[in-house]
Ligand binder design. Structure first.
Ligand code: ZN
Length: 301
């Protein structure tokens, strides 16, 4: 078994319009934009990061806005929903602002179903979870999300995924309907819901799709051990890739969902001070020469 995975690190989605995405995560969900940079593989596309005050792993949603991509077709082989934890009692206030939003209960927790900037399913779940340092600039701290509660992995067949989650240190803690819940030993964003939906079509990527979900390990050494264990179990895993704010390895899962394992270090304060995180366009050294062009080309946020 892999030792040292502590929960979700970040979730990365494909988006349509950059301004709409930015408005949703900052104004509506009350997250802090903790980094404004570009896609390291395609610099004319933003890479925007939203999280708590410092971008604590377990709170970080990241988006690649591609203005011209079509909408996603949702189905299996993708992350089905993203759930944020909100304080006990907060859903009353959220429901007042989002009249008509669906309410339900799962695993004894109350949930409110919201729709993201490109139609993605975003849930708010009342939970005691206290990830990170709440950013209460836009929303009252009594209702502001406290990082991820969980994410749902929607797959046609669960067998390989169950094995993989167990290899990653998760244990199943219960089943409701099509969903089996798994928990890993960690303080932050430690739940994963595996949703078996063989009747659904396979998902097709587009605006509103999650591109990948990343799981957190504390440091480089733990990441290398995780990589070796995955390779020993038959997975094809990338080399460690430097993403400036964390090291990343990626591998494809049996359920068709791309997984990443990312380090908690060095974090978002590595290239700008906490006081002004996410305000200026930050570029990796290889794109600094393109700064003038990118600042003209990318829509102002
Ligand atoms: Zn990632």
């Amino acid at each position: 078994m892999i030792d040292g995975i502590t929960g979700i690190h970040h979730i990365t989605a494909l988006a349509g319009d950059a301004v709409r995405t930015d408005t949703f995560y900052t104004r509506m969900l009350g997250q802090r934009r903790v980094k404004k940079t570009v896609n390291f593989d395609a610099p004319e596309v933003y890479h925007l990061y939203y999280g708590d005050r410092v971008g604590t792993p377990g709170t970080v949603m990241t988006c690649f806005p591609f203005p011209d991509i079509g909408p996603a077709r949702h189905g299996t082989g993708e992350v089905g929903h993203i759930a944020y934890a909100v304080p006990e009692g907060a859903l009353k206030d959220w429901a007042r602002q989002h009249r008509g939003a669906r309410h339900d209960t799962a695993f004894d927790e109350a949930r409110l179903h919201l729709t993201g900037p490109d139609g993605e399913a975003i849930l708010l779940v009342e939970s005691e979870s206290t990830v990170g340092q709440v950013w209460a600039e836009t929303l009252d701290a009594r209702i502001a999300p406290r990082g991820f509660h969980s994410a749902a992995l929607r797959v046609a067949d669960g067998e390989g995924m169950d094995e993989l989650l167990r290899l990653m240190g998760y244990v199943s803690v219960g089943t409701e309907g099509s969903v089996t819940r798994y928990r890993v030993h960690g303080k932050r964003a430690s739940l994963i819901d595996l949703d078996l939906r063989p009747e659904m079509p396979h998902a097709m990527a587009g605006a509103g799709s999650v591109h990948h979900i990343a799981f957190a390990v504390p440091d480089d050494a733990t990441q290398l051990r995780a990589r070796e264990a995955l390779i020993a179990a038959g997975y094809e895993v990338t080399q460690v890739i430097d993403r400036s704010y964390f090291g990343a390895i990626y591998f494809q899962t049996p359920g068709g969902i791309l997984f990443e394992i990312a380090t908690d270090e060095p974090g978002f304060e590595t290239d700008e001070p906490v006081a002004s995180l996410g305000e200026a366009l930050v570029l990796p050294p290889q794109y600094e020469a393109l700064r003038g062009h990118l600042e003209d080309f990318l829509p102002p946020l």
